[in-house]
Design a protein around this ligand. Structure first.
Ligand code: SAH
Length: 388
């Protein structure tokens, strides 16, 4: 029987269309070169699909097709469906920066592609996808015809896959800053010297919400990165929007984004500072605080420490926000789920001694779909709080 044979009873996850096969589920591995695509079979020999395999990784297999569908056919279909979903709901005149392929969320494990106007930025997380990259780029190139394709695979997780970190131009002309529009607002995205692939596309829905609740508010955009929340808030009618971030280059780009949007220089102050310290400064006068910190829990073992960080920052925000104020608080740690995050905010509210109501809940924007069969794709959550 050709392919990888799973242990009896260890085929349930794959039958449920989960993408990962852990080494403990495998009974027999044939001779193969790491990164190869192999058929996956139950202990009884039934074909369950195809996966890329890598002995070096604890996730030894990553399913790219299920059942009898040929792997190339499945990849083609997944790319086409991912592109079709975005085409259907994004008008490029209004929003031309979005996630085109969300890895397992679009049935393409370990492969991310973000489109910034006509520049495609890809991120490859596994050796299997590295080997399939030429095929995927061909499909994507034909579908969106980008001016350039740039790779931002500066992921520590690649080490376990035996892949070095990699950044560089894959196709087309050299790229630097790209001008995009999101919800009709222009932004500079630096796809080369930036965080993630350039822009926190996943927060689009939260930014829209910030715009709706902004009128008449004095806003503090904490962990501002390149100032996107500030621009939305000011365009929505905020009185002012100050930005704090630890990264000097992010703050510099935030200032350029103010200019690009025609906002006056007195619309907000910019601080290169640690938010934990900034929120302890005397004399803060804000009635809308936005907290969008980086993932405090990158691994499961970080959760306790991460919750301490989330509680501190939320307690500080809830203490400092003015009466009848708003706090928009987010967490992008997969391992801190909705329920746990709300508990942490509940404790922070108690310690701050404020009356707090949840007005809205949010999650990652729809171009970061969550695969119902692979819930690990869910990571971002946010609460909009009203503080009496
Ligand atoms: N809200 C942003 C994305 C924020 S990402 C947007 O919509 O675009 C998180 C940001 O937090 C990063 O820019 C990072 O530089 C910053 N950061 C991380 N730790 C910090 C700290 N302790 N104090 C201030 N900024 C911090």
């Amino acid at each position: 029987m050709e392919g990888v044979i799973l242990k009896p009873g260890k085929d349930k996850a794959v039958r449920n269309r989960h993408h990962w096969i852990f080494s403990g589920a495998v009974r027999d591995l044939p001779e193969f070169e790491n990164g190869a695509v192999l058929p996956v079979r139950s202990a009884q020999g039934e074909l369950l699909g195809h996966a890329t395999f890598n002995r070096n990784s604890s996730i030894v297999g990553r399913m790219i097709s299920f059942g009898k569908q040929a792997p190339e056919e499945a990849l083609r279909e997944s790319v086409e469906r991912a592109v079709a979903l975005r085409r259907r709901y994004f008008d490029p005149n209004t929003t031309n920066a979005f996630r085109l392929i969300n890895a397992e969320g679009d049935h393409l494990p370990g492969f991310i592609a973000d489109l910034y106007a006509d520049v495609l930025v890809v991120q490859v997380g596994s050796l299997g996808m590295e080997k399939l990259k030429p095929f995927l780029l061909e499909l994507l190139g034909a579908a969106v015809k980008p001016r350039s394709i740039y790779e931002r695979s500066d992921l520590l997780s690649r080490r376990e896959e035996g892949l070095p970190e990699f950044e560089g131009l894959l196709r087309g002309e050299p790229v630097g800053s790209v001008r995009v529009v999101e919800e009709g607002l222009p932004f500079w995205v630096d796809v080369v010297h930036s965080q993630k692939t350039g822009f926190y596309l996943d927060q689009r829905e939260m930014r829209k919400l910030a715009r709706v609740f902004a009128p008449g508010r004095r806003v503090l955009n904490a962990f501002s990165y390149t100032g996107a929340f500030s621009v939305y808030a000011l365009k929505g009618g905020a009185l002012c929007a100050d930005a704090v971030d630890a990264s000097e280059s992010a703050i510099a780009l935030a200032q350029e984004n103010f200019e690009l949007n025609g906002l006056p220089s007195n619309a907000g102050l910019f601080f290169v500072a640690d938010v934990f310290q900034f929120l302890r400064e005397p004399g803060l006068d804000y009635d809308f605080l936005i907290l969008d910190p980086p993932a405090f829990a990158k691994r499961k073992t970080d959760v306790v420490q991460a919750c301490r960080g989330y509680k501190d920052i939320n307690r500080l925000a809830l203490q400092r926000v003015r009466r009848q104020g708003l706090v928009m608080t987010c967490s992008c740690s997969h391992f801190v789920d909705d329920g746990l995050f709300q508990k942490v905010v509940f404790q922070a509210a108690g310690e701050a001694g404020r009356r707090v109501r949840i007005l809205q809940r949010h999650r990652q924007a729809f171009d970061h779909p969550v695969n119902i069969y692979h819930p690990e794709t869910e990571y971002l959550k946010g609460l909009l709080l009203y503080v009496d």
